[in-house]
Write a new protein. Structure first.
Length: 159
């Protein structure tokens, strides 16, 4: 697992630095008499710095002596989970968003993702109902929270 953490940390560091550089090179709005602190690249720059910090911390924490002989990268069910995640995210980005309103697309995505990865197939009926109820609550929270965040705070018009 340590090797997987190191590879992931390197990938996140590259993504964080790309966000930082991309945000810094975005066009400024000072020509239109807009305050310099409201630059469009401010949020990507902040996210890039935070992602880079998390990547460094992940890389540093991957050097634990008790995990030297751990399982190889992506062993067991990891490849299957990666494939399922890729399919779900692709269906969400290319299929649901734009076909459904953003709130409902995000709700369906969050509920399906939660149920696929946390539904107890061999559990009791009560446990399964609790899992479905939890997925529905999580779906409403994620959809409502992200919709409000983008529309009200970032002033983004959602599809």
């Amino acid at each position: 697992m340590a090797l997987a953490d190191r590879l992931t940390a390197i990938l996140f560091l590259m993504l964080g630095l790309a966000l930082l550089v991309g945000g810094y090179t975005m066009d400024r709005l000072e020509i239109r008499q807009i305050h310099p602190a409201s630059i469009p690249g401010l949020v990507p720059m902040i996210l890039g710095v935070l992602l880079s910090i998390c990547a460094v911390l992940l890389y540093r924490s991957s050097y634990r002596p008790e995990e030297r002989n751990a399982a190889p990268v992506f062993s067991g069910g990891s490849w299957g989970r990666l494939g399922i995640t890729t399919v779900i995210c692709t269906v969400y980005a290319l299929g649901l968003v734009g076909w459904l309103p953003y709130f409902w697309a995000t709700f369906v995505f969050a509920v399906c993702f939660t149920l696929i990865f946390s539904f107890p197939l061999d559990g009791e009926r009560r446990t399964q109902l609790i899992a479905v109820a939890g997925a529905l609550v999580l779906g409403v929270g994620v959809a409502l929270g992200s919709s409000l965040l983008f529309q009200e705070l970032f002033l983004v018009r959602l599809p």
